[in-house]
Ligand binder design. Sequence first.
Ligand SMILES: [Fe+2]
Length: 282
Amino acid sequence: MSMPAVQLSKPSHGFAAIELTPRIATEIKSDRETLLSGVYAAEIRRLLEARGVLIFREINFTDEQQVAFAKTLGEVIPQGEKGIYKVTLDKKENMQADYLRGAFYWHIDGSTDDIPTRASLLSAKRLAPVGGHTEFANTYAAYDDLPESDKKDLNDLKMVHTIQAAQAAAYPNPTPEQREGWKRYIPRTHPLVWKHQSGRKSLVLGSTASHVEGMDYKAGRALLERLEAWATQPQFVYQHKWKLGDLVIWDNTGTMHRVTPYDFDSGRMMHRTTLVGEERLV
Ligand SMILES: [Fe+2]
């Protein structure tokens, strides 16, 4: 005689963390109510720093819920409409759409700021039919795995970050107006190795990295290219293939990210909420 099948009800108020790759990205299985309660906020912040990227599949937060959830994790930057910034290449939806084309290249958000943002929360509202996946690279893990000789050589190097360098990647033949616009941003010098208050170290790379201070330009560029190739090896990278309603949070102080190519006219729409930076880049 067979046992009657047991109907398992969906767990409520549950919280489970599942590592998606050994070095980066954890999926959080929970529900909206639990996440909004803030009960797991400290654990989410801990996981974010440890794992770089957290995935909440098809959590389907409204804008208000996304901002409320973000507020359980830190201070929200009053950007966009009530803390929701529209990441899209549709100029009718975002006047800065041209600038966002820089996102196709590896970068750290706010890397020309003194204190880069803490983290970003991104929700998928409309998908591109092809491409538009977001890739994240763990810059803590990339640093940790460097040969000791590299760690020694890189420890005191400083790099100059500019918007110009990042935008030149997206626009290799800029108009004079574009050139003038980019010049309005102040270059920022940062250490190549971020010595965090926690004692951990991460690499500070990405498309805003223009050149290494005090080093021959070509030699500096060669070093940057070598380190970017190193830091974006498959073992340090997680690629998120979006589904509608997914929410992804990334630690902007220990990862860099980029989006894979997609049709500029696809209408892809992501809603982003950003947390205020908490740690000076030193
Ligand atoms: Fe970005």
